[in-house]
Each structure stands twice: as C-alpha cells, then as structure tokens.
Design a protein around this ligand. Sequence first.
Ligand code: PLP
Length: 409
Amino acid sequence: MSKSLDKHDPSDLAILGGDPLFTRPLAVGRPNVGNVDRFLGRVRDILDTRWLTNDGPYVQEFESRIAELAGTRYCVAMSSGTVALEIASRGLGLLEEVIMPAFTFVATAHALMWQGTRPVFCDIEPQTHHIDPGAVEALINHRTSGILAVHLWGKTCDVDGLAEIAKRHGLPLMFDACHALGVSQGGRRVGTFGACEVLSFHATKYLNTFEGGAVVTDDAELAEKLRYMRNFGFCGEDCVAHLGTNGKMNEVAAAMGLTLLEERDELVAVNKSNYEAYLREIDGACGLHVMQYPSDGAYNYQHVVAMIDEDDACLERDHVVTVLRAENVLARRYFYPGCHRMKPYSAMHEYAAVHLPVTDDIAARVIVLPTGPQLSHDDIAHIGTILRLAATAAPRIVARLRESGSAWC
Ligand SMILES: *Cc1c(COP(=O)(O)O)cnc(C)c1O
C-alpha cells in the first residue's frame, strides 16, 4: 500500500488539509482471495460436472474440513451465517423469547425476530464485551426458550457460566461463533460449546465463501434436522419431513472456502503479526488501547479492536474515527449503537425499558481498525504517528470538525 508522504506536523494531517496518508482506502474486512488458479481449477471442475449445488462434493468436503477445524462431528453448511442462525434457532425450538446480547452484529437479533422469536437484550461484561451470565439469569422467565451467546471478537465467552445457567433452567444454549472460526481457549475449541454453534463465511470474514455460513454440532439428530431444514425439508426424492427453507451453500462457494482453508494458517499469522504491530505502535496513542487476548488460547485475530479510554482521551471516539478516515484508514465504530437502539427494536414498546449501561458505554468507545494482508508493519507505524499527531492538535481538529459538521447518521 503506497503512502504519499511521511507526516511530522499536525498540519500534515488530512483532517487539517494535508494529503491522505494512504492513496487507496484501507477497509476493515477487506475480502481475502486465495490462490486464484486453485480456485478456478475447482470452478472448472464444477462446471464440467454440472453439479452446481444441492449437497455436492465440494460442499461435503468443505463441511468435513470445517468440522475437523471446529472439533465437531457435524457441520451443516448454509448460504449465510444469518440463515444458519435462523435455521439453528428453529431447529432447537427457540420460540417466544431468547436472551442474547445487544452488543453484536444486528443479524444475530434479526435472525430471531425474522421468525417471530423476540430477542431479549442482555448487558455485557465491561472487560470482555461478552454477555454477562449473571444478567442472563436475571432475565429468565416463563417465556424464555433459550440463550444465544456471541463469541465476540473471536474470544470465547463465559461458556461454563452460561452452560451452568442453561442447564439449571433447562434451556438450550447456542452460540453465534461468526467471529470465532478456528479459535480455541483453554484447550477447548469453538464449535464444541452448547447445543450448536454458528459460523459465517461472509466476504468480510477472514475465511470466506463469498456468502456462506454453517452450523457445527456434535448432536447427530440436530444435524440431520438442520440438513432437512436447509433443503425445503426434503428427506428423499418425494419425501418432505420438516418445514424447510432454502439455506443451501452452492459448490462455487465451497470451492472458495476450500481454497482459503489451504491458506488459513498464513492468513491468521498475518493478522496476528498485524495485531502485535498495532499493540506496539498505537497502544496508548490518543487515548486508544488495543484490546488484548487471554494467553491460554489460539485466536484468528480478524478484528483489531481498540477502546478509547475516557481518562486519557484527547478526542472523542467519533473524532478519532474521522481523523483516521480522512487518511484513508477506514476505521469503524462497531455494533454502535447496539441492537437495542436500532429499528425495529428501538421503536417497539417491548424494548422501551431496556437499560444496558455497559453496552452503551462500550459501544461509545470501540474502534475497529483495518487488518489483513493489505497492511504492512510500516503502515501500522504510520497509523500510530497519525494518532500521536492528532493528540497534539486535538483542539484544532475539534474546531475543524465543528466547522464542517459531522457526517454521522
Ligand atoms: C457476520 C456475522 C453474522 C452474519 O453472518 P452473514 O454470513 O453475514 O449472514 C452474524 N453474527 C455476527 C456476530 C457476525 O459477525
């Protein structure tokens, strides 16, 4: 990624009239594309055989590779993570109300609401950003049909605390593991927790199938049911056993996934070394602190998450994001303002009394930074320079932003 210049003085900042540091935008979640020849070889084979979809050989191979990676007996590939969440929650019989965090991608909530199941939003723990088991228990009532927890940022949430509560109340527990493909903590792999776990292979995830998702589980009966449900309920040529939908993954998608799986180790290694570079280069700059990972795990490092520390922040979170964007570093606020503050939830009277102080605080302070093979360590060092320069020029930047008006919705 070419830089147009080195910056030494606050006036060099793009927000104050300088040229952007990067000539091309550095996006969060820039899609990874694996070895093009290997991918096209698979696509040619798919076209030659004309087996384009419906549980074809590439989908089957992809499922077995993902099950291996997740340490589970079954993987049922789907057309997206959202559809996988819908089908999995329906397969588990989650009706009426399901307790879940509001600090997640809105698809987690929509997947429930889409089928008439009401998400009940629960607060999170300030340190981990994960659903708070104590808060979950306080929300359980006679309408509760299950718990949907999220392994946010690819770290495992309090799986034991949640499992204990779920067991005590006789509730199914499932996980949105869309951030956590290939993660393990304390020697236990994501995939093996709860009744089932849901993965996403959307283009922006570090391992993609263009669009795609999967449910992984050790439960043979559940896996079989999910297979029927993703294919209109068909159990044989003229036999329909279940209510079903079309949630199938196609063969070209699986070919992409298989090609990227061959490069997964390198992709994770790049993300890990970028994460370590961010930790060295920006931690503490402009009140930003890079979120760390527990030492007893293997992570995919697909998210570089930084938090604005209110005590030593010189600029508000949104101002920092604007400063970075002006440099073509397309940093993002994530899961802001939280599902509970988005429609349709925010407009429904059932949610009027929802009070999630930790979620609100975290959603106001998170910045997600670009990573992946698009960035070099030099690039990350330059991002650190930008942040330190911005810290020295905070009043000028705030004045400039007031003049121009903020662009946020
Ligand atoms: C990406 C994502 C989803 C949705 O997955 P899609 O494959 O885009 O449908 C759901 N939950 C979380 C936490 C995600 O990051």
